[in-house]
Design a protein around this ligand. Structure first.
Ligand code: SAH
Length: 350
């Protein structure tokens, strides 16, 4: 089958097979590429129209107990300037965001045990009580099921936990030999069965990643059926063992965004900050490849440079929440439009 036929089949919900996916990831011509993006846009428009959902990102701590080899805030980076926001500061971020029109707040951070279950739950329920019209998304890494359940009972709606790579040896390589894919998958399954809208995903072009790894990730995504998929290019950080590794490619990232859109038509798919860091128009290109979410930064300006997951991470330009108007113009330029709503997965709409 040629690539256009494969793309059409994917759109018609045929279960993808490994060889087909491998072909798509390695042999797209410019013309195939255009067809892929166009087909992905059609599918997203059937479900979400021209709306682009926005999420206010609150990076509330960069303390982390883990040592992910790729990540700038890994525990063994002694040069990272560590900070954590107080509950009051987090509430101020949310209040500012709500005022600006945000209706989803994403609390993202390292795995920082200073935030006990009790403290986290106070913060979550505090946001939900102050802003009952808004969703709270957590992106705080691995916990036991009981803790996830407590977060959910406190009112958290969604949870982002990228699986990073479903291939065990690659997973171990990316996590300094200290973490396991089994635990990650246990977390994802717990989150889903508890009732969260769940996001998984992976970096594109991470060190050691092969096309076969990516194919396995796609198969995993098609089987797990997450509500959200976070994918952005790997970008090296100069204080990590991967400092000399090349960044992931723009084209590969865009292809994967489109393929995931076709495999899961209803998925909430962000055009990530990493994509916007790799190239200045990255997020617009992501939208044009089928993404339907952007996540501007709501963290206090004073801490933004400290949440450096990778070199050059954009944080003070138009991606910042105060510059919503500028971001909105950028999105307009793609023919899509920012929608200041909660933006749940379409299966949850009445
Ligand atoms: N600690 C939480 C959330 C923070 S990291 C967690 O692990 O889920 C959020 C995401 O940033 C990670 O899942 C990873 O995919 C991405 N990331 C980290 N370092 C990166 C890098 N060097 N380049 C690109 N993305 C990176």
């Amino acid at each position: 089958m040629n690539n256009k036929e494969l793309i059409t089949e994917l759109k018609e919900n045929r279960i993808p097979d490994k060889e087909d996916l491998k072909q798509l990831l390695t042999s797209l011509t410019k013309e195939d590429e255009e067809f892929l993006y166009e087909t992905a846009r059609k599918v997203r428009e059937d479900i979400y129209g021209k709306d682009v959902y926005v999420r206010g990102l609150i990076e509330f701590t960069n303390y982390c107990r883990n040592d992910c080899t790729y990540c700038g805030i890994r525990a063994s980076n002694k040069n990272a300037l560590r900070y954590r926001l107080t509950r009051e500061e987090i509430m101020e971020c949310a209040a500012l965001g709500h005022e600006l029109g945000f209706r989803t707040f994403v609390m993202q951070g390292g795995e920082d045990m200073h935030f006990t279950d009790e403290y986290m739950c106070e913060i979550i329920s505090g946001i939900k009580e102050a802003f009952p019209d808004s969703a709270v998304t957590l992106s705080v890494g691995e916990r036991d099921r009981e803790t996830y359940q407590r977060y959910f009972d406190a009112g958290a709606d969604r949870f982002l936990l990228r699986h990073e790579t479903v291939t065990p040896e690659h997973y171990s390589f990316l996590h300094n030999g200290k973490m396991s894919i089994e635990t990650r998958l246990r977390c994802l399954n717990d989150l889903k069965s508890i009732g969260f809208q769940v996001g998984c995903g992976m970096m594109i072009g991470s060190p050691g990643q092969t096309v076969d790894n990516l194919v396995s990730d796609l198969i995993f995504i098609s089987e797990f059926r997450p509500h959200m998929v976070g994918m952005g290019p790997f970008i090296p950080h100069n204080e990590t063992p991967f400092k000399n590794e090349p960044a992931g490619s723009l084209e590969d990232t865009l292809h994967l965004l489109s393929i995931v859109r076709l495999m899961l038509p209803e998925v909430l798919l962000p055009a990530t900050t990493a994509l916007g860091t790799l190239v200045p128009t990255g997020r617009e290109l992501g939208i044009l490849a089928g993404a339907n979410v952007v996540m501007p930064n709501l963290s206090p300006v004073s801490v933004r440079k400290k949440y450096m997951l990778y070199d050059g991470k954009i944080s003070t330009g138009e991606e910042a929440a105060e510059c919503l108007e500028a971001l909105s113009k950028r999105i307009d330029s793609t023919g899509y439009k920012i929608a200041m709503v909660r933006g749940d997965h379409s299966s949850l709409k009445k």
